[in-house]
Design a protein. Structure first.
Length: 417
C-alpha cells in the first residue's frame, strides 16, 4: 500500500531494505530465538551495516538526516517478521531520543554517533516496582556529591536490558518535590555500582532481554545529567510524545505480519472441498483485519509526516545554534504531540490485538500451535498495549489534551478572534 502514502524514493528504499533484512535475516530465526530467549546480535550487525540505526538521526551525529517517518517505516517492516527482534532497533531508538531532545550539544556529540552507527545500543529506564504508570513515585535516588551523583535503587522491565551500552535512567534528586524532584541521567555500562538483576521471562517479545537494573552507590558524572535537576518527567513526557509512534509501528508490523501468514494459510487450507478463504465468514474477518490495519497505518503515517514537518527544523535550529532541542521548542510555540502520539499507539496496538486474535481464529487449531507463527504474533502484540504507557493511560492523555485545547479555544481572546 506504500504508493498511496506518497513515500519519497529514499523512504521507499529504506522500507524495502528493512523488509529484505526481515525476510532474509529475521524470519528464518524468529521461532528459535523466541524459544531460546536469545538476543539477535548477528541481525543487529546487519542492521548496523545497512545503516538502519542512522536513518532517523541528524547528519551532524552520523545520521542520515531523516526523521520519525523513516524510523516508523523500519520498525514496521522488521516487526512484520518478528516484534521481539525488531525491538533491538526500536528500543535503542527510545533510548537515544531523550539525549537528542534534552541533551546539550556536548552530550549529543558524545553519545549519539555510536548509537547512530549501531556500534552501541541504548535503553530507556523509568519503570520501578512501585512506579509504573505513576512515574512520580520513583524511589531510585540520585544524591549530588561534588562532580558526581550517587545513584541507589533499582529499575525494572528494561528492554535491551543487558545488551545496551547507554542507559537513560530516571531517579529522584529531591523526594519532597514529588514530580518536580525527578531527574534524568545517562549511565554508561561498566560504571562502578551499576549492575543487572533479574532477567524477566515474558509472554512475548522474548528475543529481546528485559532486565532489572541495580544501582549501589553508583557514581554518575554531573556532565551525564540530562537538562536540569527536577526536569526528569519533562524529559520522559517529551520523549514519549516523539517515541509512541514507534510502538505504534511495531504493533502495526505485527498485525500486518500476522495477516500475511494467515492469508497464505487460508488460501491453501481446504475444507468441504474448497479453500477456507472462499467462505464468507472468513472473508468478513479478512476484510475487517485489512481495514483496521489500513486505518491505523493512515493515522500513523499522517502523524509521522506532520511531526517531521514540525520537528526536523527544530532539530536543525538547535544544532545550528548550539542549543538544546527542548529549549528551542519552548522558545517557539511549545507545541506538544501528546494527543496525536497517544492516538497512534492506542489505535495501532488495539489493531494488533484485534488482528492477531482474528488470525488465530481464522487458522483454527494450527493457529494455536507453537510451530505455526500466528500464535507468536498474538503473544508479541499484547505488550504494545502496555509499555510506554498502557492504553488506559493513552486515553487519559488524549482526553486531557482535548480538554486543554477546548479550554484554550474558549478563552475570551480566542472567541473574540
Amino acid at each position: 500500500m506504500s504508493d498511496i502514502y506518497e513515500l519519497t524514493e529514499q523512504q521507499k528504499e529504506i522500507q524495502d531494505l528493512a523488509w529484505q533484512i526481515a525476510l532474509r535475516d529475521i524470519k528464518p530465526i524468529r521461532e528459535s530465538f523466541d524459544e531460546q530467549e536469545k538476543f539477535p546480535w548477528d541481525v543487529v550487525k546487519k542492521m548496523a551495516a545497512a545503516d538502519l540505526y542512522s536513518v532517523y538521526l541528524p547528519e551532524a551525529y552520523g545520521g542520515m538526516g531523516g526523521g520519525l517517518k523513516e524510523q516508523v517505516l523500519v520498525i514496521e517492516q522488521l516487526s512484520r517478521a518478528c516484534g521481539g527482534i525488531a525491538l533491538a532497533f526500536a528500543a535503542s531508538g527510545l533510548g537515544v531520543l531523550p539525549i537528542l531532545l534534552l541533551g546539550n550539544p556536548e552530550q549529543r556529540a558524545r553519545f549519539i554517533p555510536d548509537l547512530a552507527s549501531g556500534k552501541k545500543l541504548a535503553a530507556f529506564s523509568i519503570t520501578e516496582a512501585n512506579a509504573g504508570s505513576d512515574a512520580t513515585a520513583t524511589e531510585c535516588t540520585a544524591k549530588l556529591d561534588g562532580e558526581h551523583y550517587i545513584l541507589n535503587g533499582s529499575k525494572t522491565f528494561v528492554s535491551n536490558g543487558e545488551v545496551a551500552e547507554t542507559y537513560v535512567v530516571f531517579a529522584t534528586t529531591n523526594r519532597s518535590r514529588g514530580a518536580r524532584g525527578v531527574t534524568a541521567f545517562v549511565v554508561e555500562k561498566g560504571t562502578p555500582g551499576f549492575g543487572f538483576g533479574k532477567k524477566e521471562h515474558k509472554m512475548g517479545i522474548r528475543a529481546n532481554p528485559t532486565y532489572q537494573l541495580d544501582f549501589t552507590n553508583c557514581r554518575v558524572p554531573v556532565k551525564n545529567r540530562l537538562y536540569k535537576e527536577g526536569y526528569g518527567l519533562f524529559t520522559a513526557q517529551t520523549t514519549f510524545d516523539c517515541s509512541r509512534p514507534g510502538v505504534a509501528a511495531q504493533a502495526l508490523g505485527i498485525a500486518q505480519g500476522a495477516l500475511d501468514e494467515t492469508m497464505a494459510y487460508i488460501r491453501q487450507r481446504r475444507q468441504f472441498g474448497q479453500p477456507i478463504s472462499s467462505f464468507q465468514a472468513i472473508q468478513h474477518m479478512m476484510a475487517n483485519c485489512a481495514t483496521q490495519i489500513e486505518m491505523s497505518r493512515a493515522l500513523l503515517y499522517t502523524t509521522a509526516n506532520a511531526m517531521d514537518k514540525y520537528m526536523l527544523p527544530v532539530y536543525k535550529k538547535a544544532i545550528d545554534q548550539n542549543a538544546i532541542v527542548y529549549d528551542v521548542l519552548q522558545a517557539g510555540d511549545g507545541k506538544r504531540w501528546t494527543k496525536e502520539s497517544a492516538m497512534c499507539k492506542l489505535s495501532c496496538s488495539d489493531t494488533a490485538m484485534f488482528v492477531t486474535n482474528e488470525c488465530v481464529q481464522m487458522c483454527g487449531g494450527i493457529g494455536y500451535m507453537r510451530d505455526f507463527p500466528v500464535e507468536k504474533y498474538m503473544r508479541d502484540a499484547k505488550i504494545t498495549q502496555i509499555y510506554e504507557g498502557t492504553n488506559q493511560i493513552q486515553r487519559n492523555e488524549i482526553a486531557a489534551m482535548m480538554i486543554k485545547e477546548l479550554a484554550s479555544a474558549t478563552k475570551p481572546e480566542a472567541v473574540a478572534a
